[in-house]
Each structure stands twice: as C-alpha cells, then as structure tokens.
Unconditional design. Structure first.
Length: 107
C-alpha cells in the first residue's frame, strides 16, 4: 500500500507480553474451515511419535484468513528475494505428517 492509500490518523500500537514475545516452536499446522471461520492450529510433533501437541489456535473470519494468506505470500517473496529460495524436501504434496511416521526416532 502506498502512502496515498494509507488511512490517516492514529497508527495501531501492538503490545506483546514477555511470555508471548518468547514464542513457541511449531512444525505442523492443521487448518479447518466452516462457512463463517477458519481455524488454524499450530502444533509441534516429534519425529517417530504419533501425537502432535497444539501450541496455539487462531480462529479467523474468512476475510482475515485471506489477508493472512496474502501477507504470508508477500513475506515469503521478500525473504526469498533477500536470502534465496526456500527449498522443500522431496515429499508428496499436501502431506498430513511433517515426518515419516514409520521410523521411530531415538534420543
């Protein structure tokens, strides 16, 4: 958005608590939707385990889900322009599991 199209007036200030600022690690996302909302569960799953733990859930109106999609696309494009392409492993598209769950990992 250029300066001519920016709304005039006060800017939104965003406050992040210290607990939220530290963030949580996620490597798995589950997305569901109804006619009125999108539900995005961000989870972590360990290699070799059959259970993922949801770390955060966001419930979005369809319009906000589309805005999030567009913002992610824009930011990935900027990232790749600065740091190079993000390479994905050769896995089947739209896999439900981020790891090969057939092999048990060892700690």
């Amino acid at each position: 958005m250029d300066n001519q199209n920016k709304p005039q007036g006060k800017q939104l200030q965003i406050e992040v608590s210290p607990e939220m600022a530290s963030g949580v690690y996620v490597n798995f996302a589950l997305i569901a939707h109804s006619s009125s909302e999108f539900i995005v569960d961000l989870a972590s799953v360990m290699p070799g385990f059959q259970k993922a733990t949801v770390r955060s859930r966001a419930i979005l109106a369809p319009e906000h889900a589309k805005r999030l999609l567009m913002a992610l696309q824009e930011n990935v494009a900027r990232y790749e322009q600065e740091f190079g392409p993000i390479k994905l492993p050769n896995t089947p598209p739209r896999t439900i599991s981020p790891f090969n769950m057939g092999n048990k990992g060892e700690a």
